[in-house]
Design a binder for this molecule. Structure first.
Ligand SMILES: C[S@@+](CC[C@H](N)C(=O)[O-])C[C@H]1O[C@@H](n2cnc3c(N)ncnc32)[C@H](O)[C@@H]1O
Length: 507
């Protein structure tokens, strides 16, 4: 088993994936909601760094939707950066620098000044020395007013998983064979241990569910999550205190669904946190909700907006529907409890957004919504953003500015998919963000762009990739059955998902 000098796993690549919460539009909304001035990310350009970027899937998509900005993606893993280079050469407009470097090497030479730095999936998985290097980079290179997105394993929710991690690590270290083989065997052993543990100590039964979850994940994910030399979960307050060394203070949740958990906390629980200072309050909330993962936004030189500035910024922001109108749930289950979406507000709000992206001020002026008031509409939007049914959108000028770069990016993603590539997100110039598509939908889209029959095209491409379609009992479908099934899928794609992709100007 190999680790880089700095203790991080080597020899097995991380999964592909897009983290929508890293988009400047989402970050700006979260900060504004809490009354902080977001970094300026308009057409005049800004500078963004992703440290520990993996395959740089998120950075490369953001480079396409913000062609006037500059992106630096740093990663120690040569195989990640090599693949990212190959992809970005064709897909990105030349504003993404891919740096195959350790954080220590990057720290020595970096003199750039960033508006946004993202550290996603890194902080808990590196040593204290590496965190000190990261803190130094952030402290020196984040501009005053800049924002850090930081995710990490949190206490108390992650504490229970320390047992799983310990067994996975020891078992993989002692094992033989390649990574996936060792991980498969270690996971089977962990399963036996936690099942036995649950029989002897019913209070550990939750670990069985965690092992079940891990069985659905790839060996690549498990290696990067659990098999680094370091794996530390933190109390939110301790992380916030550490970051004051880089002049950063906690500002806002980095993911709106986390905010919903807090909104849903029962009044008695919220009352227990009222006396606490804002940072200690976060720790108390985590304890009350047993949270195990956090995504936080920290700002350097936390500048508060006046109430008037905040409402002007938010009022001018556009919002877009992410899903067809019928898909919006009434009740929302969060880590803090249930929230109810008021039908009287939700229905006209969704109907208005179904016509296209709208500014908050525009929504508040609509006859169908005016009676609810600006504040209640903002709250409704916040709930729908938290459930990923609505998203902040780019303004018209930024949308127009990225049409060409997004079209190029999406064409490359679709072609990669045809060749068996694992990227599953297309960029939307409306959202300034990515939208997930299935492998099949990606083939249907590619066929349409080529003007050929989507069903025949998808069938041929799947065959070329060696993919059969089963009848549910393990028997492959005949050629006719396969075409009939794909035709059904295509019909459903054309009537449900395609109209949404058109609204997002992806198709
Ligand atoms: C779990 S992955 C997260 C990737 C990406 N941020 C994401 O969320 O998809 C962590 C990444 O950090 C990189 N990394 C870990 N230690 C590093 C170091 N000391 N210097 C540079 N990169 C490092 C790893 O190679 C890996 O790609």
């Amino acid at each position: 088993m190999r680790h880089h000098g700095e203790g991080y796993v080597d020899g097995i690549d991380y999964d592909h994936g897009l983290y929508r919460e890293l988009s400047p539009a989402q970050i700006a909304f979260s900060l504004l909601l809490k009354g902080y001035r977001p970094p300026v990310v308009g057409p005049e350009g800004f500078h963004y760094a992703e440290l520990g970027a993996g395959h740089a899937d998120t950075s490369s998509l953001l480079a396409a939707v913000y062609p006037h900005a500059g992106f630096d993606a740093v990663d120690i893993n040569a195989s990640h950066i090599a693949a990212a280079h190959r992809f970005a050469k064709d897909a990105c407009p030349g504003n993404l620098r891919l740096l195959e470097e350790s954080f220590a090497e990057f720290a020595k030479r970096s003199d750039a000044a960033y508006d946004i730095i993202a550290l996603h999936g890194v902080w808990s998985w590196v040593s204290a020395e590496t965190r000190a290097i990261l803190l130094d980079i952030v402290g020196r290179t984040l501009k005053p007013g800049g924002v850090l997105f930081l995710s990490y394993n949190a206490l108390p929710g992650k504490a229970a998983q320390m047992d799983i991690r310990k067994i996975l690590l020891e078992h993989s270290l002692a094992g033989t064979g390649d990574w996936p083989d060792r991980i498969g065997k270690a996971l089977s052993f962990v399963e036996r241990v936690v099942q036995q543990g649950a029989r002897d100590r019913p209070e550990t039964a939750g670990l069985v569910a965690e092992v079940e979850r891990l069985k659905q994940r790839s060996a690549n994910y498990i290696a990067h999550e659990y098999l680094n030399r370091d794996w530390t979960a933190f109390y939110a307050g301790d992380v916030a205190r550490e970051l004051t060394k880089a002049k950063l203070s906690y500002a806002a949740p980095g993911l709106m669904s986390d905010e919903l958990g807090i909104m849903a906390l029962p009044a008695e629980s919220s009352a227990l946190t009222e006396e606490a200072d804002p940072v200690y309050r976060e720790t108390l909330r985590d304890i009350l909700m047993n949270r195990g993962f956090r995504r936080d936004l920290f700002v350097k030189g936390a500048e508060r907006l006046s109430a008037r500035e905040r409402s002007e910024w938010l009022g001018a922001m556009r919002f877009a529907l992410l899903v067809p109108p019928g898909d919006m749930p009434q009740a929302i289950v969060t880590s803090g409890g249930r929230l109810q979406l008021q039908k009287a507000l939700a229905e006209p709000l969704i109907a208005a957004l179904d016509e296209g992206p709208r500014r908050l001020d525009e929504l508040a002026a609509m006859p169908s919504l005016a009676e609810h008031g600006w504040q209640a509409i903002l709250q409704g939007l916040t709930l729908m953003i938290g459930t990923s049914h609505v998203a902040p959108a780019l303004d018209e000028a930024d949308e127009a500015a990225c049409l060409d770069s997004v079209a190029r990016f999406n064409a490359v993603v679709l072609e990669h998919g045809r060749m068996g590539g694992e990227l599953r997100h297309l960029a939307s110039p409306v959202l300034g963000n990515g939208v997930a598509v299935t492998k099949l939908d990606a083939l249907f889209l590619l066929a349409r762009s080529r003007g050929v029959d989507p069903v025949v095209f998808a069938s041929d491409q799947l065959s070329a990739l060696g993919q059969t379609i089963g009848d549910g009992t393990g028997k492959p479908l005949s050629a006719d059955q396969r075409i009939a099934l794909l035709r059904e899928h295509e019909r459903s794609f054309s009537t449900t998902r395609l109209p949404m992709l058109r609204k997002h100007r992806i198709a």
